[in-house]
Design a protein around this ligand. Structure first.
Ligand code: ZN
Length: 326
């Protein structure tokens, strides 16, 4: 148990940090350059066969029937569900907006307690089986990792401090929306838990993070208590985890939840549209702070729905509630 617990604790505090380490310094190819890509869904799932070499052996290509491997099929379906959210709802073709093929690798490493985006694809570990189950089980996790890819092509938020926490938060937002859209859940009917179902029954917890009540996702003898703050009064100043990017993301996460809950109905429709408009705004600052981001969401709401509307009021009230001053 001890080894697994140590690895799991590290995952909880620095979930998918490897992703962004790989992402840093990597420049994305310009979309639309060279051969024009047909905007359609093109998935490939690979099996790393418990090694840590990427991408691994291809096991399911687009249109191929299910394999006998649940991890490979969950990854395939998760890529499809994430593509569907962005394509159907926001009119975006894949991560780069130009139909980039989607790739996932499963069975990465041995008892690997993490999932990540490496700058070009998502990677899913099997979990240690004592604290974590396989990471492909969570649609929010698959959507979260792919959202890091979208940020790489849009807002380009740096992975440090408040901008890093916003990178994490926006990934949680679209991870949650991927699952809610797939299940056709309303804001009031959704769990707002990131990584629901990832813990084994041994763990006292609902998932990695709660967007509606940050700090309440788990409270376990071995893992400790979820350390996320729910508003600016709990903002964590730290040098670890790139300045607490996985902790302070709880604050903008709750602002999104409050916006969605305030508007009601499907969160991907108005709240999600406002957040999507915000990160795809040209000249978005890569070193964005919480205050600047809050102001940008209000501007986006006013631009799409008008000033003084229900939408712009909901966004402003949400940021006030988490004590982020615009
Ligand atoms: Zn992340």
């Amino acid at each position: 148990m001890a080894g697994a617990a140590v690895a799991a604790r590290r995952t909880l505090l620095e979930f998918d940090a490897v992703a962004e380490a790989g992402q840093l310094g990597r420049s994305a190819p310009a979309p639309g350059s060279g051969t024009a890509l047909t905007p359609k869904l093109r998935r490939t799932v690979f099996d790393a066969q418990q090694r840590q070499d990427l991408p691994g052996v291809p096991v399911r290509a687009e249109g191929a029937p299910p394999t006998s491997d649940p991890a490979a099929d969950e990854a395939y379906d998760g890529l499809g569900a994430t593509y569907a959210l962005f394509s159907d709802v926001y009119g975006r073709s894949s991560l780069d907006g130009a139909g980039q093929p989607l790739q996932a690798t499963v069975h990465y490493g041995i008892d690997y307690d993490n999932a990540f985006w490496n700058g070009a694809q998502i990677v899913l570990g099997d979990g240690d089986g004592e604290v974590f189950e396989r990471f492909s089980k969570s649609l929010t996790v698959i959507g979260h990792e792919l959202a890091h890819g979208i940020i790489q092509y849009t807002a380009k938020l740096i992975y440090q401090g408040q901008a890093g926490a916003l990178n994490e938060s926006v990934s949680d937002v679209f991870g949650a929306l991927t699952e809610q859209y797939f299940l056709r859940q309303t804001a009031s009917g959704a769990s707002w838990i990131i990584g629901e179902g990832l813990f084994t029954p041994e763990v006292n917890g609902r998932g990695l993070r709660s967007m509606s009540e940050p700090g309440s996702a788990y409270d376990d003898d071995v893992l400790g208590k979820d350390p996320q703050p729910a508003d600016m009064t709990g903002y964590v100043e730290t040098t670890s985890d790139n300045g607490g990017v996985h902790l302070n993301s709880g604050i903008p996460n709750r602002a999104f939840y409050l916006t969605a809950a305030g508007l009601g109905g499907y969160a991907w429709e108005r709240a999600g549209q406002i957040w999507y408009d915000t990160i795809t705004e040209p000249n978005f600052p890569a070193d964005c702070t919480f205050s600047l981001f809050a102001a940008a969401t209000i501007t986006a709401a006013e631009k799409r729905y008008g000033a003084g509307t229900e939408e712009s009021s909901a966004v402003q009230a949400a940021w006030r509630e988490v004590n982020v001053m615009v």
